[in-house]
Ligand binder design. Structure first.
Ligand code: GTP
Ligand code: MG
Length: 240
């Protein structure tokens, strides 16, 4: 048991979970390519579902949004050259399940096992994250354009409008509290759609610092015992 690594792959809506699952399945099952981890077995899941995802992926098609009813837990066991086993859980859940944790403070009990894995891979779609803007800059721009704030109806605040990094920091804190708190854990932040971000000539950690400063500060402060690293991931793309 102790030589087995268990990791779960999680992320907000449209963060790239299904695309990564499709690419991983293709790499370990169908490409004949040499990968650092090789396929051992499918502990939980359905070959037909995975093959369909990989087929879409090979055709360069965008994965369909994962539906609540279509949620299928996929767990595959991979192993490294030394024979060490890596159990990878992909609760191929719609990201709404994670968003719901933030918006309504609700936790589906079926997610408990996934969320207590000692190692987590957290996906963040780099293509959709925007650097925080200063309110004063927004105001100056609005004034220049002749848009005075009184002309606009104020938007009522709701939890789903919160910035991505606010949601993520809160989710990470939830994972370090109550029943989900299992002590020190490893966290791999993957900035997905890296092919769209790399043109900005920043390293993944620089992107974290500049576009997700709250998340960067939270992790750096060591408030919670995460051993973390950040990578850029391109699981699809290269198109124009
Ligand atoms: N360019 C590019 N786009 C990507 C990459 N990975 C994911 N995407 C895009 O990001 C969007 C969301 O990807 P999904 O894999 O469906 O994300 P998800 O996390 O499964 O989303 P839900 O199931 O809706 O929660 C899609 O439009 C993908 O094409 C990547 O490596 N490069
Ligand atoms: Mg999905």
């Amino acid at each position: 048991m102790s030589d087995e690594i268990h990791l779960s792959i999680v992320g907000l809506p449209s963060s790239g979970k299904t695309t990564l699952l499709a690419a991983l399945w293709h790499m370990v099952r169908e490409s004949g390519a040499t990968t650092a981890l090789s396929y051992d077995r499918l502990s939980n899941g359905n070959y037909e579902h995975l093959n369909a995802l990989a087929k879409r992926w090979r055709m360069g098609k965008i994965q369909q949004r994962t539906q609540v009813s279509g949620a299928r837990d996929v767990t595959m066991r991979l192993k490294n050259a030394a024979g060490q086993k890596v159990e990878v859980s992909f609760p191929d859940l719609p990201g709404e399940e994670f968003a719901r944790m933030w918006e309504r403070r609700e936790l589906d009990r079926s997610m408990q096992e996934t969320l207590t894995a000692p190692a987590l891979v957290f996906l963040i779609n780099g293509d959709t994250v925007r650097a925080p803007a200063w309110v004063v800059e927004r105001m100056a721009l609005a004034n220049k354009l002749g848009m005075t704030s009184t002309e606009q109806e104020p938007t009522e605040w709701s939890a789903d409008l919160a910035p991505t990094q606010v949601k993520i920091v809160d989710l990470l804190q939830i994972l370090m509290a109550g029943d989900l708190h299992i002590g020190n854990r490893r966290l791999a932040l993957l900035i997905s759609a890296w092919d769209k971000v790399e043109g900005e000539q920043q390293t993944p950690v620089e992107i974290l610092e500049s576009k997700l400063p709250l998340l960067h500060q939270y992790l750096h402060s060591g408030r919670d015992p995460w051993t973390w690293r950040v990578w850029g991931l391109s699981a699809q793309g290269g198109g124009v």
